[in-house]
Write a protein that binds this ligand. Structure first.
Ligand SMILES: Nc1nc2c(ncn2[C@@H]2O[C@H](COP(=O)(O)OP(=O)(O)OP(=O)(O)O)[C@@H](O)[C@H]2O)c(=O)[nH]1
Ligand SMILES: [Mg+2]
Length: 221
């Protein structure tokens, strides 16, 4: 279930229209998840979703991805457990990005039902981005999401957040450990990791390009 390689995308970085944020007229739209489930599937655009432990940095990352589209309002929590429902960010006609509620500490009670039901129903879900905190690496709570992606055979990608917080040595150790985990313990996880910082914007542009690529909005030839 490996995804197409990221290399063609990297080769065209300089030709990419400045970035995803400028490319698209994005707006934020919260929608009850029951309403979304009732929508005819053919009317939904391509989807990518962001999932991860509470406080891992999902909302901050989405905010950084949309930094060139300041009209998009993304709330970032001071306390874990802020995002209790799914938030949908529709990027013009190009795709829709879904911010999932955090799991683990203070996760909504119906987290598993809500997220599992949603993910396994979506035929137009192009990729799930599973966020892991690069400071602490894969935690027990992350197993919920990893098992879910593996069980439903969802193509997913690991994004390592908050890379500005660690020394280079610590970060390298975590990256190598997570890479080994991906290589030896997963089936559906894309082999390339995406280390990012929502503070320094390191890795953000490459991730934008990758999202544009997998949603069919970045031509590579
Ligand atoms: N240093 C640093 N802090 C970050 C980064 N990303 C997020 N944070 C901080 O981590 C905390 C949680 O960030 P959020 O983006 O709200 O995390 P979340 O995963 O959306 O959290 P929930 O909505 O509760 O699930 C906030 O205090 C952010 O400022 C990063 O790249 N670097
Ligand atoms: Mg959030």
């Amino acid at each position: 279930m490996a995804a197409p390689g990221v290399l063609p995308c990297m080769g065209r970085l300089s030709e990419m229209p400045a970035a995803l944020g400028r490319l698209s007229r994005a707006y934020s739209k919260s929608q009850a998840f029951t309403e979304v489930l009732q929508l005819p599937k053919r009317q939904l655009t391509k989807l990518v979703c962001f999932i991860g432990r509470s406080n891992v940095g999902k909302s901050s990352l989405i905010k950084a991805l949309f930094s060139l589209a300041p009209e998009v309002e993304v709330r970032v929590s001071k306390n874990p457990g802020h995002t209790k429902k799914m938030n949908f960010f529709k990027v013009g006609k190009f795709f829709t990005l879904v911010d999932m509620p955090g799991y683990g500490y203070r996760a909504p009670e119906d987290f598993v039902d809500m997220v599992e039901t949603y993910l396994k129903e979506r035929k137009n879900l192009m990729r799930t981005f599973l966020l892991v905190d690069s400071v602490v690496g894969i935690q027990k709570a992350d197993d919920i999401a990893i098992e879910m992606c593996e069980e439903f055979a969802l193509p997913y990608v690991m994004v390592l957040t908050k890379i500005d917080k660690s020394s280079k040595g610590h970060l390298l150790k975590q990256v190598l450990q997570i890479q080994k985990f991906v290589d030896t313990k997963t089936q559906g996880c894309f082999p390339q990791l995406f280390p990012v910082s929502a503070v320094t914007y390191s890795g953000i542009h490459l991730l934008r390009c990758f999202i544009a690529y997998i949603t069919g909005n970045l031509k590579t030839n």
